[in-house]
Write a protein that binds this ligand. Structure first.
Ligand code: ATP
Length: 267
């Protein structure tokens, strides 16, 4: 379990500027977290309940974990992040206690974003686990989520690439009832992600990221990151083979190498 961090300070995490695309998710999160704290009077007099619990779902590598870390930084929330399997303990009562402890810790740390990554591993449909551990964890999560409304400044987020595996009771109104879909990026989003990822990478002048975005349909953000890393390494080898690189500190990604790398990975 990663400990409590004042997001962006001890954690050294990224902010919105490190997220490419996903603008609909960013807007939804900003509405939920930032508006009520900026305009507390408007929301205090609203008869409607503000939804502060979110499930992000979508294919692996499409930025679910990344954007939640950025949200905590951008909204200056303390951040408690736990990967589902880390909570599971075969000893009776230990996993439920760990869930209780997390929610207490989040309440004490408010304003705080409590994030469950790989949520399907701790919250699958009940009645299928011979050990009964995940059934008890789901029951505990239900209890805690029902109580979280009374806590001010605790935002519960969860992420999964397998929403079909989750126990449906967790998604009922008042629990994780705001569902946000993180899909494979569109052309514009791929271009945006490539720009964000290459901000600190030297690119040779003839690299055209629009062309790369066109050639990478079906790539996730994680695939694009892997592509640039591979191309960077291959560029180093290429230059080492071609010439003595001397004292050069930053070797740019070479266009031909990048195109070759894209072609080898294209779906
Ligand atoms: P999983 O379901 O496997 O946990 P995920 O959807 O949570 O995947 P992330 O872990 O957020 O995916 O993404 C992996 C890496 O890919 C990130 O650390 C980041 O470097 C890069 N990445 C993914 N999407 C984006 C994006 N939209 N903008 C910038 N970087 C991205």
């Amino acid at each position: 379990m990663r400990g409590l961090t004042k997001a962006g300070v001890e954690g050294g995490r990224n902010g919105w500027e490190d997220i490419g695309g996903l603008s609909h998710i960013r807007t939804a999160i900003q509405e939920m977290i930032e508006l009520p704290s900026k305009f507390p009077n408007i929301f205090a007099h609203s008869p409607l309940r503000m939804r502060s619990n979110v499930l992000l779902y979508g294919p692996p590598g499409c930025g679910k974990t990344h954007i939640i870390g950025a949200a905590a930084v951008a909204c200056s929330l303390r951040f408690i992040s736990v990967k589902g399997p880390e909570l599971l303990n075969k000893y009776i009562g230990a996993s439920e206690q760990a869930v209780r402890d997390l929610f207490s810790k989040a309440a004490a740390a408010a304003p705080c974003l409590l994030f469950f990554d790989e949520f399907d591993s701790i919250a699958p449909k009940r009645g299928h686990d011979n050990t009964g551990v995940t059934d008890r964890v789901v029951n505990q999560l239900l209890t805690e989520l029902d109580g979280v409304e009374a806590l001010t400044g605790v935002f519960v987020f969860a992420a999964t690439s397998r929403p079909d595996l989750l126990d449906a009771a967790l998604l009922r109104p008042g629990r994780l009832d705001r569902l946000l879909f993180c899909d494979f990026p569109s052309w514009h989003e791929r271009l945006d992600i490539l720009k964000v990822l290459s901000r600190k990478l030297p690119l040779s002048a003839d690299v055209n990221l629009e062309v790369i975005a066109s050639m990478t349909e079906g790539f996730s953000g994680a695939d694009l990151q892997a592509l640039l890393s591979d191309a960077q390494l291959a560029s180093v080898h290429e230059l080492l083979d071609r010439e003595a690189t001397g004292e050069r500190e930053r070797i740019p990604i070479i266009n031909d190498v990048l195109l070759k790398s894209v072609a080898s990975k294209a779906r």
